[in-house]
Every structure is written in C-alpha cells, then in structure tokens.
Design a protein around this ligand. Sequence first.
Ligand code: HEC
Length: 169
Amino acid sequence: MKQTKTLQLTMVLGMGLFMVACGGEGEGPIVAPPQAPAEWADKHMPAGWWTDPAKMEEGRKLYIGQTNPDVDCGSCHGKDGKPTKAGARDFRVGERMKLYSDSVWAWRIADGVPNTKMKGWKSKLSDEDVWKLVLFEASFGMPGKRWDAEKKSWVDAASASTAPAPVGK
Ligand code: HEC
C-alpha cells in the first residue's frame, strides 16, 4: 500500500517536472502566426516610416506609456523588451518575430489575441499609432529591418523597395 502511494507520488512529480521542462521557455515552440484578416491583409507601414527616427521615437513613447498612460505595452512586454508578465510576447526573439508580416503585427495590436491577456487596442489607438508601435516593437528583434510586402520577408530597411510605395491606410 505504502509502496503504491510512493509510486503514484513519483509519477505525479515526474509529470510536473516534465511539464515545467517543456513550458520552461515561457513561449512554447516557434510557429507562424495566423494570417491577417482581409481588413488588415493589404495594409502596410506608411511609406518612409521604416527609416524615420521621429516615427520610431513616437512609437517608443507610446510603447512605454508616456504618450497615454492607458496604453502601456511595456508594463507586460517590458520597457526594454524583456517581458515582465508571464506569456507576453518577447519581441527580442527575431527567430519568431520574423514570421510576422507588418500586417499581422498591426492586426494583433488592433484586435488582440483571443482568450489571452493581450486585448485589442484599437479603441485607444489610431491606425497611425498602431504602425508606430509595429515600428518600435520590430526594432527589438529585427533592428534596421523592414517588411518587404513583395518579397514577403524582412529586408534591410535602407534597401530600396521593389514595390511601389506602400499605402499606409
Ligand atoms: C496585460 C499585459 C499586456 C499588455 C499591456 C500588452 N500586451 Fe501584447 N501580449 C500580451 C500577451 C500575454 C501576449 C501573448 C498572447 C498569446 O498568447 O498569443 C501578447 C502578444 C502580443 C503580440 C503578438 C501577438 C501574436 O499573435 O503573437 C503583439 C504584437 C503585442 N502583444 C503587442 C502589444 C502592444 C503594441 C501593446 C500596447 C499597445 C501590448 N501588446 C500590450 C500581453 C500584453
């Protein structure tokens, strides 16, 4: 009887350790995000913003809650990009974030992620604010890069766009 209990306890403990080990990274395996819905699929960073330090700075101030204390992304994602709330996306992980197009990124900020602590922010942000936040957040994991809608990948921000200047709205 006693032995059975010890065995059960060992199994429960073992399972617990196994789960801790698998979930230990906090964010789980790197998988591509879902596709942006039609409303966002063709929207991209306004022309010229990827290389505009003023827009980047506006994005930073929004992100840390300086522009509007009700919009404080840094309170969960970390002012310096190191998440302070469990499960908040770590934008420093370029391997994951490079799978996000600028459209998907903006859509997630506007509409949030269902059933998570990441709520939608569109009631508090204009579309332009959303793009400034994409700009700043992307700089953690992919500094100096921009999304190329033609190539469907992140490329050097300074490189000329092959596509006609994208329209922001
Ligand atoms: C209350 C905490 C909290 C705040 C504040 C917050 N987030 Fe998040 N955010 C999260 C969590 C948790 C996730 C992970 C959701 C999931 O599991 O996919 C997340 C995920 C994200 C993602 C990735 C979504 C995806 O599909 O992987 C983006 C982009 C993002 N947040 C941007 C922002 C921006 C911009 C702000 C500020 C306007 C913000 N977050 C504010 C908690 C927060």
